[in-house]
Design a protein around this ligand. Structure first.
Ligand SMILES: [Zn+2]
Length: 153
Protein backbone atom coordinates (compact mmCIF):
# COMPACT_ATOMS: atom_id res chain seq x y z
CA UNK A 1 0.00 0.00 0.00
CA UNK A 2 2.70 2.46 0.96
CA UNK A 3 5.52 2.10 -1.53
CA UNK A 4 8.21 3.79 0.51
CA UNK A 5 11.21 2.68 2.45
CA UNK A 6 11.25 5.77 4.66
CA UNK A 7 9.61 4.86 8.00
CA UNK A 8 8.76 8.51 8.65
CA UNK A 9 6.61 8.66 5.51
CA UNK A 10 4.98 5.37 6.46
CA UNK A 11 4.09 6.65 9.95
CA UNK A 12 2.93 9.96 8.44
CA UNK A 13 0.67 8.13 5.98
CA UNK A 14 -0.79 5.97 8.72
CA UNK A 15 -1.40 9.04 10.90
CA UNK A 16 -3.10 10.84 8.02
CA UNK A 17 -5.28 7.79 7.39
CA UNK A 18 -6.15 7.62 11.09
CA UNK A 19 -7.09 11.29 11.13
CA UNK A 20 -9.26 10.78 8.04
CA UNK A 21 -11.03 7.84 9.69
CA UNK A 22 -11.55 9.86 12.88
CA UNK A 23 -13.00 12.76 10.85
CA UNK A 24 -15.28 10.35 8.98
CA UNK A 25 -16.46 8.82 12.25
CA UNK A 26 -17.10 12.30 13.68
CA UNK A 27 -19.16 13.16 10.56
CA UNK A 28 -21.18 9.95 10.87
CA UNK A 29 -21.95 10.57 14.55
CA UNK A 30 -22.80 14.21 13.84
CA UNK A 31 -25.34 13.16 11.18
CA UNK A 32 -26.68 10.30 13.33
CA UNK A 33 -27.18 12.50 16.38
CA UNK A 34 -28.70 15.45 14.50
CA UNK A 35 -32.11 16.44 15.84
CA UNK A 36 -35.06 15.22 13.80
CA UNK A 37 -37.26 18.03 12.60
CA UNK A 38 -40.99 17.38 12.89
CA UNK A 39 -43.17 17.62 9.82
CA UNK A 40 -44.49 21.15 9.29
CA UNK A 41 -48.04 19.79 8.86
CA UNK A 42 -50.35 18.17 11.35
CA UNK A 43 -51.66 14.59 11.53
CA UNK A 44 -54.80 15.30 9.50
CA UNK A 45 -52.75 16.50 6.52
CA UNK A 46 -50.46 13.48 6.91
CA UNK A 47 -53.48 11.13 6.76
CA UNK A 48 -54.80 12.91 3.67
CA UNK A 49 -51.41 12.59 2.00
CA UNK A 50 -51.25 8.87 2.77
CA UNK A 51 -54.78 8.28 1.45
CA UNK A 52 -54.34 10.37 -1.72
CA UNK A 53 -53.99 8.42 -4.98
CA UNK A 54 -50.70 8.54 -6.82
CA UNK A 55 -50.69 10.82 -9.84
CA UNK A 56 -48.50 11.21 -12.88
CA UNK A 57 -45.99 13.99 -12.18
CA UNK A 58 -46.28 15.16 -15.78
CA UNK A 59 -50.02 15.25 -16.49
CA UNK A 60 -51.55 14.77 -12.99
CA UNK A 61 -53.63 11.78 -14.11
CA UNK A 62 -54.42 9.44 -11.17
CA UNK A 63 -52.42 6.22 -11.41
CA UNK A 64 -53.08 2.77 -9.98
CA UNK A 65 -50.40 1.64 -7.51
CA UNK A 66 -49.12 -1.01 -9.92
CA UNK A 67 -48.72 1.25 -12.96
CA UNK A 68 -45.34 1.48 -14.66
CA UNK A 69 -46.32 3.98 -17.33
CA UNK A 70 -48.98 6.68 -17.43
CA UNK A 71 -51.91 5.63 -19.60
CA UNK A 72 -52.53 9.25 -20.59
CA UNK A 73 -49.10 10.56 -21.53
CA UNK A 74 -47.00 7.37 -21.62
CA UNK A 75 -44.29 8.56 -19.27
CA UNK A 76 -42.69 6.41 -16.62
CA UNK A 77 -44.54 6.64 -13.30
CA UNK A 78 -43.62 3.40 -11.50
CA UNK A 79 -41.69 3.73 -8.27
CA UNK A 80 -38.93 1.34 -9.41
CA UNK A 81 -38.77 2.06 -13.14
CA UNK A 82 -35.28 3.48 -12.85
CA UNK A 83 -34.01 0.40 -11.05
CA UNK A 84 -35.39 -2.28 -13.38
CA UNK A 85 -32.95 -3.01 -16.20
CA UNK A 86 -35.58 -3.27 -18.93
CA UNK A 87 -37.80 -0.37 -17.80
CA UNK A 88 -34.77 1.83 -17.13
CA UNK A 89 -34.25 2.12 -20.88
CA UNK A 90 -37.61 3.87 -21.23
CA UNK A 91 -36.82 6.31 -18.44
CA UNK A 92 -33.49 7.14 -20.05
CA UNK A 93 -35.24 7.61 -23.37
CA UNK A 94 -37.67 10.00 -21.70
CA UNK A 95 -34.76 12.04 -20.37
CA UNK A 96 -33.18 12.19 -23.82
CA UNK A 97 -36.49 13.18 -25.43
CA UNK A 98 -36.94 15.96 -22.89
CA UNK A 99 -33.53 17.30 -23.83
CA UNK A 100 -34.11 17.11 -27.55
CA UNK A 101 -37.75 18.13 -27.82
CA UNK A 102 -39.31 18.61 -24.40
CA UNK A 103 -39.02 20.87 -21.44
CA UNK A 104 -36.31 20.81 -18.85
CA UNK A 105 -34.84 23.26 -16.40
CA UNK A 106 -32.32 25.29 -18.30
CA UNK A 107 -29.56 25.51 -15.80
CA UNK A 108 -25.88 25.22 -16.63
CA UNK A 109 -25.35 22.05 -14.62
CA UNK A 110 -28.33 20.29 -16.23
CA UNK A 111 -27.19 21.38 -19.66
CA UNK A 112 -23.69 20.08 -18.97
CA UNK A 113 -25.26 16.81 -17.83
CA UNK A 114 -27.21 16.52 -21.08
CA UNK A 115 -24.03 17.06 -23.07
CA UNK A 116 -22.07 14.50 -21.06
CA UNK A 117 -24.96 12.02 -21.03
CA UNK A 118 -25.31 12.37 -24.78
CA UNK A 119 -21.63 11.71 -25.25
CA UNK A 120 -21.65 8.78 -22.84
CA UNK A 121 -24.74 7.05 -24.23
CA UNK A 122 -24.66 7.92 -27.91
CA UNK A 123 -20.88 8.08 -28.57
CA UNK A 124 -20.36 8.99 -32.24
CA UNK A 125 -24.01 10.01 -32.64
CA UNK A 126 -23.68 12.54 -29.82
CA UNK A 127 -23.21 15.55 -32.16
CA UNK A 128 -26.62 14.83 -33.70
CA UNK A 129 -28.17 14.78 -30.25
CA UNK A 130 -26.30 17.93 -29.22
CA UNK A 131 -27.60 19.67 -32.33
CA UNK A 132 -31.18 18.69 -31.39
CA UNK A 133 -30.50 19.84 -27.84
CA UNK A 134 -29.26 23.23 -29.03
CA UNK A 135 -32.27 23.60 -31.33
CA UNK A 136 -34.53 22.80 -28.39
CA UNK A 137 -32.72 25.38 -26.28
CA UNK A 138 -33.40 28.08 -28.86
CA UNK A 139 -37.04 27.11 -29.25
CA UNK A 140 -39.35 29.49 -27.36
CA UNK A 141 -42.16 26.88 -27.35
CA UNK A 142 -40.31 24.54 -25.03
CA UNK A 143 -38.96 27.26 -22.77
CA UNK A 144 -39.93 26.53 -19.23
CA UNK A 145 -40.60 29.18 -16.67
CA UNK A 146 -37.83 29.77 -14.22
CA UNK A 147 -38.41 27.84 -11.05
CA UNK A 148 -38.13 30.07 -8.00
CA UNK A 149 -35.36 29.15 -5.63
CA UNK A 150 -36.45 27.18 -2.60
CA UNK A 151 -36.30 29.00 0.66
CA UNK A 152 -34.06 27.45 3.23
CA UNK A 153 -34.54 27.94 6.89
ZN1 LIG B 1 -49.08 11.24 -17.43
Amino acid sequence: MFATSDPNLLIGGMATGGLALAALWKLVTWIRDAPVRPDPWDGEVENQLQAAPEICPHCSTPQPPTAWFCEHCGRAVGPYNNLMPYLQVFSEGEVFRNGASGQFRRRPLILAGYFLLGFGMLSFLAPIYWFSLLLNLRSPETAQEAVPEEKTQ
